[in-house]
Design a protein. Structure first.
Length: 140
């Protein structure tokens, strides 16, 4: 399994300038992910705080498992005389993709969401049924 990153809104220029070259990519601030392996299964735990279950989508396409979350909060400001000087609460979309292989199917994947953590479990390698060879007996 190989993580592929598709994220970044380009708003924090200092993270890009001062990124640690040792890691190769800048650190993801959204959707931090832990990957575990146990009993022939992979388990992903992804932080998606502030999102509801309905905001999250999981898609399997051409061997990539993509998790995306979208939040649109356009609340009307009740105080018409005040204006925002800074808004840090996230509104928008973020996603992460992981290469899981071509043999994985949607029915092999189980997901749950609790306390801002999305848990996804799937088999390490989907068993392929080995076709049993059938031999034709040779008579006398």
């Amino acid at each position: 399994m190989i993580p592929a990153r598709r994220n970044g809104n380009g708003l924090d220029i200092f993270d890009e300038v001062f990124a640690d070259p040792f890691f190769g990519e800048k650190e993801n601030k959204i959707m931090k992910t832990d990957l575990k392996e146990k009993d022939g299964k992979y388990m992903l735990e992804i932080d998606v705080p502030g999102y509801d279950k309905e905001d999250i989508k999981i898609e399997l396409n051409e061997g990539y498992l993509t998790v995306s979350a979208e939040k649109n909060e356009e609340k009307e400001d009740k105080d018409k005389h005040a204006k925002y000087l800074k808004r840090e609460r996230f509104t928008g979309m973020c996603s992460r993709s992981y290469y899981v292989g071509e043999s994985l199917k949607e029915e092999d994947i189980k997901a749950s969401f609790k306390n801002g953590i999305l848990s996804i479990e799937f088999p390490k390698e989907v068993e392929k049924k080995v076709e049993e060879k059938k031999y034709i007996p040779i008579g006398e």
